[in-house]
Design a protein around this ligand. Structure first.
Ligand code: PMP
Ligand code: GLN
Length: 383
């Protein structure tokens, strides 16, 4: 269905579950946002920038200091070959994604997306007249199904959307998967829109970007978000990194979508990206500890959870508890009866054709996680 209007699009599952959690006074392990991890240096830098100004429109491409900091950070941590001129600042990764879809796709183009797929991609792809084509990853391994990916490509295929590390399953695409995708891009003349907002939140293995493959670098638009790297999801400061030829049209889209982003927050994020390795290691360690605490706790309660390689999210197999095979109904029951919100994984599949899996966000304070586990334990015991 190309050109689908937004009257047919439903309220996002994250908003639905957060609203329910607020109404029920539940522990919100649904929507992905962290608790208590904001670096004080970043907040201080924002306060200073707000005091000092300026407060007027920053340059359309972003503050020069932030564009440089994004390039330097990508070089320092991921060995990427990028200059400030390859970077454009956006109002969150959501805007960056929209800019890329609006700029790079033409009506009728097909775009390969991998399910479970983040919810903002398909509606904007469709609104621009292009067609998302889903290829499914399946539990428990969530490996990229090479054969199905090859089969999904047609003469109309224009781009791939690659989300690594991947929400909601915490998967990190490995070298062989990325090389396979890069070869497809060369063979079929494709672009890749790479959503890498969890680039700094990898606990097992290493984050690798298609942008680091020299033979496809000029075909890649790579997206990041300060929301994730600095635990400030409400700030909505994101960026796109791409070769100049690709970044040009993306910037044309950006100038009519938001044009720019709050200058004080941009200045603070520049300071954040320039922080030492100690900060980034500390963030990972704090999240790893929270991941282990929630994963072990859920497993003790009879949920089946594997430790996530990356992101904020633990996926629990609840097939054994969910006799009706309806994970959305299961999550509604859990928030109402247990007082704990999670996200049904079927929300990340166009045809809702995966059941028995739900996503918990572990990026919370230890006492929030402990309260959630206690509530779930009482609920399970009462069944
Ligand atoms: N992509 C993915 C995979 C996400 O999980 C999110 C939400 N955090 C976004 C994009 C949106 O990021 P932002 O809040 O910076 O718009
Ligand atoms: N990215 C967040 C998540 O996956 C949600 C952001 C939103 O609510 N749109 O939970």
């Amino acid at each position: 269905m190309a050109n689908a209007t937004f009257s047919q699009v439903q309220t996002s599952i994250f908003e639905i579950m957060s609203t329910l959690a607020r109404e029920k006074g539940a522990e919100n392990l649904g929507q992905g946002f962290p608790e208590g991890l904001e670096p004080p240096e970043l907040i201080e830098a924002a306060i200073k920038a707000l005091r000092d100004g300026p407060h007027q429109y920053p340059p359309m491409m972003g503050l020069p200091a932030l564009r440089q900091a994004v390039a330097d950070n990508a070089c320092r941590f991921f060995g990427l070959d990028a200059e400030a001129e390859n970077v454009m600042i956006t109002s969150g990764a959501t805007e960056a994604l929209s800019d890329c879809f609006l700029a790079l796709l033409n009506p009728g183009d097909e775009v390969i997306v991998f399910e479970p797929v983040y919810d903002s991609y398909a509606p904007i792809i469709r609104r621009g007249g292009a067609v998302p084509v889903a290829v499914k990853l399946t539990p428990p391994d969530w490996r990229l199904p090479f054969e199905q990916v090859s089969k999904a490509i047609t003469p109309r295929t224009r781009a791939l959307v690659v989300n690594t590390p991947m929400n909601p399953i915490g998967k990190v695409f490995d070298d062989s998967e990325l090389r396979f995708l890069a070869d497809l891009m060369l063979k079929h003349d494709l672009l890749a829109i790479c959503d890498e907002v969890y680039e700094h939140l990898v606990f097992e293995g290493e984050h690798k970007s298609l942008f680091s493959f020299p033979d496809v670098r000029d075909r890649v638009a790579r997206i990041g978000s300060a929301g994730k790297s600095f635990s400030v999801t409400g700030w909505k400061v994101g960026y796109v990194m791409a070769d100049a030829k690709l970044l040009g049209p993306i910037a044309r889209a950006h100038q009519f979508v938001t044009f720019t982003t709050a200058p004080a927050l941009q200045a603070a994020v520049a300071a954040g990206l320039n922080m030492s390795q100690t900060y980034f290691d500390g963030l990972k360690q704090a999240l790893r500890t929270r991941r282990d605490f929630l994963t072990e706790g859920l497993n003790q309660l009879g949920f089946t959870v594997r430790p996530a390689q990356a992101t904020y999210f633990a996926v629990a197999d609840v097939t054994a508890f969910d006799e009706n095979g309806d994970d959305l109904a299961f999550c509604r029951r859990m928030v109402e009866e247990a007082g704990v919100a999670a996200i049904p994984l079927s929300a990340f599949y166009e045809n809702r054709d995966l059941s028995g899996h739900i996503r918990f966000c572990f990026a919370k304070q230890q006492d929030t996680l402990a309260r959630a586990l206690q509530k779930l334990s009482r609920w399970r015991n009462a069944q």
